[in-house]
Design a protein around this ligand. Structure first.
Ligand code: CP
Length: 333
């Protein structure tokens, strides 16, 4: 079987992803195993993490493997990623060598590398993940760059646990306020997985400026069409929440203002009312609600909604560990 990476769910078919979720359900019922016995997984964190780091490290341990955590604050050499880079700056080592060497020690590599938030045309190339995928001789897992496929899988699993088959369910991805412009990764991923699993996705956001990158909108539209659905974009809160089966909350920075964040903040500050609250949830069809976490309480979602029985954020967070085990098992062959 040829080596595969887990970089984006778009690279995997719906049956393949469903098989991983089914496997994750088995891991949830019976967490321990020896799938990674004698294997080592390098986890490179160029950004902070609570859930991703812990769920991977614990999950690898459960399966008999060993995790090596790498981070700049942990003493790693600063890396260059560009092909042909003239390395006369901070970087001491090129990703090319680093990845090749890690491939000699380790059986899999996870990468977390957020955008730099100055130029979306550059960030959308996902250069760090691409360099790892290009140079690694072992499978690479995206632990969040400009998409967050492990989060997508955990969300799909949690929704299936709560709602059963997802086909035809109304899935509302709502932009919410946050004082800072955040990564679009989870929003891209949430929209794509909803479309892939046959839901009716609605992207609710303040204006056209907050529509996601065309690459992910097109992928979601293509998958939705294949399932007989349509991706809707709405700027009308009442219309979007009406009849929803799922409300997924996330904040992100507007792409047309990428790197020019002062004017974007003025627009964002005028839309604090996008908070997920009890009045909005009352318009839904008793929808389940979730967030990838970390989440600013009473900014993105009220305490009453987050702490309600309809909120599945803890299930989604727990499922990270189970789906990641299934992903590693699939990649380990
Ligand atoms: N949801 C998620 O990836 O959480 P962390 O950033 O804490 O890893």
């Amino acid at each position: 079987m040829p080596m595969r990476h887990f970089l984006n769910t778009a690279d995997w078919s719906r049956p393949e992803l469903q098989a991983m979720i089914d496997e994750a359900r088995r891991f949830k019922a019976s967490p321990k195993g020896d799938v990674l016995k004698g294997k080592t997984v390098a986890l490179l964190f160029l950004n902070n993490s609570l859930r991703t780091r812990t769920s991977f490290e614990v999950g690898i341990n459960h399966l008999g493997g060993h995790a090596v955590i790498l981070s700049p604050s942990g003493g790693m050499w600063p890396l260059a990623f560009e092909d042909g880079a003239v390395m006369d700056g901070e970087a001491e080592e090129h990703a090319r060598e680093a990845v090749k060497v890690l491939s000699r020690y380790c059986d899999m590599i996870g990468v977390r590398a957020f955008p730099k938030f100055t130029d979306w045309e550059e960030d959308r190339k996902d250069k760090i993940l691409s360099a790892f995928a290009k140079y690694a001789d072992v499978p690479v897992i995206n632990m969040e760059t400009i998409t967050h496929p492990c989060q997508e899988m955990a969300l799909a699993m949690a929704l299936q646990e709560k709602l059963g088959p997802l086909d035809g369910k109304k899935f509302v991805l709502t932009w919410t306020y946050h004082p800072k412009p955040l990564n679009t990764a989870v929003a891209n991923s949430a929209l794509m997985i909803a479309a892939k699993f046959g839901m009716q996705p609605t992207l609710l956001c303040p204006s056209e400026d907050y529509i996601l990158d065309k690459r992910y909108m097109d992928q979601a539209r293509m998958d939705a069409e294949a399932n007989g659905c349509t991706v809707k974009v709405s700027h009308d809160i009442d219309e979007a929440y009406s009849g929803a089966d799922v409300v997924y909350a996330k904040s992100w920075g507007a792409l047309p203002w990428f790197g020019n964040w002062a004017p974007e903040k003025e627009i964002r500050d005028a839309h604090k009312h996008f908070i997920v609250d009890e009045d909005k949830m009352a318009k839904t069809d008793n929808a389940v609600v979730s967030h990838c976490l970390p989440m600013r309480r009473n900014v993105k979602m009220t305490d009453a909604v987050f702490d309600s029985a309809n909120c599945i954020a803890y299930d989604e967070a727990e499922n990270r560990m189970h789906v990641q085990k299934a992903i590693m098992k699939a990649l380990a062959g």
